[in-house]
Ligand binder design. Structure first.
Ligand code: ZN
Ligand code: FE
Length: 257
């Protein structure tokens, strides 16, 4: 594996598509399949022909272009075994602890249930890259649709414990500014967070993407990873609550923000 190149591009309203490319082997992975036209445009612009698709979860805004990608490029579609009944055309069904080979690199699959029950993240330790779908967002996390808050907390806490600080993280949506505006309401004394809110506001004012984020930044500024933080707990009046309960309260507030 040579140094992997990553191309990020907007899809639909606020989704992201990602191409990951190894110049040496020519292999290219598409992360999720939100938008046929946008992905085909990105392929034409880069000249990188998809050989794999890594699907994070079954929601339509992550899967609808799968048949088109198989048709156009014959790419191998990798996706969560637990959601195989809801995703058409999975070639390779994976779950927590599995790994996939891509351009001579190991792609590790981490089960991150909560937003959906079978959701997975893809992590390339050697490239310090991770794709977290709708589980971990920059300063946010996905809504808990199918799982429980406790399950979602366990998934996020596991990502925080597993991914090294320098890992560059791409997620499924550009929600960063809205997430930051909410985050300061539950973590008002966090100087790194206040600073990051200003930085992402400036980036968005220029219409640029705020991704990738890093695990180091998320540990410092993402309230959904900071259920153990004393100041945040004190602010919520939950000094003695379990971490998952603090997470659940932060998620509840975000749902009504
Ligand atoms: Zn989703
Ligand atoms: Fe989504």
């Amino acid at each position: 594996m040579s140094e992997l190149a990553v191309h990020l591009f907007p899809c639909l309203t606020d989704n992201y598509g990602v191409l990951v490319h190894d110049p040496e082997s020519g292999e290219t992975a598409v992360v999720d399949a939100p938008d046929e036209a946008a992905i085909k445009r990105a392929v034409a612009e880069t000249g990188w022909t998809p050989t794999q698709v890594w699907v994070t979860h079954h929601h339509w805004d992550h899967t609808q272009a799968i048949p088109a990608l198989k048709d156009a490029y014959g790419a191998t579609v990798v996706g969560p075994r637990q959601e195989a009944a809801m995703i058409v055309d999975l070639d390779l069904k994976v779950g927590d602890g599995d790994s996939v080979q891509f351009a001579g690199a190991t792609v590790r699959v981490i089960g991150t249930p909560g937003h959906t029950l079978g959701q997975v993240a893809y992590w390339l330790p050697d490239a310090a890259l991770a794709f977290t779908g709708d589980t971990l967002f920059a300063m946010g996390c996905g809504r808990v649709f199918e799982g429980t808050p406790e399950m979602m907390w366990t998934s996020l806490d596991r990502l925080a414990a597993t991914l090294p600080a320098e890992t560059r993280i791409y997620c499924g949506h550009e929600y960063t500014l809205a997430n930051a505006k909410f985050a300061v309401t539950v973590d008002p004394d966090n100087a790194a967070l206040a600073e990051r809110l200003e930085a992402v506001a400036a980036i968005r004012a220029q219409g640029k993407p705020t991704l990738p984020t890093t695990m180091a930044e998320e540990r410092l500024t993402n309230p959904f990873l900071r259920a153990g933080d004393e100041a945040l707990r004190a602010h919520l009046g939950m000094a003695d609550a379990a971490d998952w309960e603090v997470f659940a309260e932060v998620r509840r507030r975000k749902d009504h923000f």
